[in-house]
Design a binder for this molecule. Structure first.
Ligand SMILES: Nc1nc2c([nH]c(=O)n2[C@H]2C[C@H](O)[C@@H](COP(=O)(O)OP(=O)(O)OP(=O)(O)O)O2)c(=O)[nH]1
Length: 135
């Protein structure tokens, strides 16, 4: 359950030409090397969709639009839960400017080729379904 103390971290499943962008974390040590949907914590007063647009601009240097939330909320740790939104690329080419050491565009068939953070795995079937529908 989301309480007033719970913060949301929003990850963006950026869908483009039948692929989704996966990002390899560069820090901190506990999660470095694992793959995630780029994004970050929503600031007070910011909607998750707004936070996602801001984080994708900061981390990847792109302009993107949040599309829809994938149903579900997954605890990251006490007081922090993960939401995943699909997003579309409006302008730019994603680059690992901040927080990531590598980016990969994955097709539905390639989704299990990277070592996702545990919480992100819950959203993979829905991401796969959207990639397959778009193909
Ligand atoms: N961005 C992102 N974080 C995720 C995902 N899955 C997952 O478990 N996390 C975890 C990793 C971190 O513990 C936390 C998000 O932290 P973050 O470091 O990305 O957030 P932020 O950019 O706002 O960073 P900061 O301001 O707190 O430094 O959520 C995901 O798909 N994307």
């Amino acid at each position: 359950m989301t309480t007033r103390e719970t913060r949301i971290v929003v990850g963006g499943a950026l869908l483009h030409r039948g692929r989704v962008l996966a990002a390899r974390r560069s820090a901190p040590a506990e999660t470095a090397g694992r793959w995630e949907f780029p994004g970050g914590k929503a600031e007070p007063g910011e909607t998750p969709a707004q936070a996602l647009v801001r984080e994708l601009r900061e981390e990847l240097g792109i302009e993107a639009r949040a599309l829809e939330r994938i149903p579900g909320a997954w605890p990251v740790r006490a007081g922090l839960e993960l939401h995943i939104w699909t997003a579309e690329l409006l302008a730019g080419t994603p680059a690992p400017l901040q927080d990531h050491s590598e980016l990969r565009w994955l097709s539905a068939a390639e989704l299990d080729q990277v070592d996702w953070l545990d919480q992100d795995r819950f959203a993979l079937p829905e991401v796969s379904r959207r990639l397959t529908e778009a193909a």
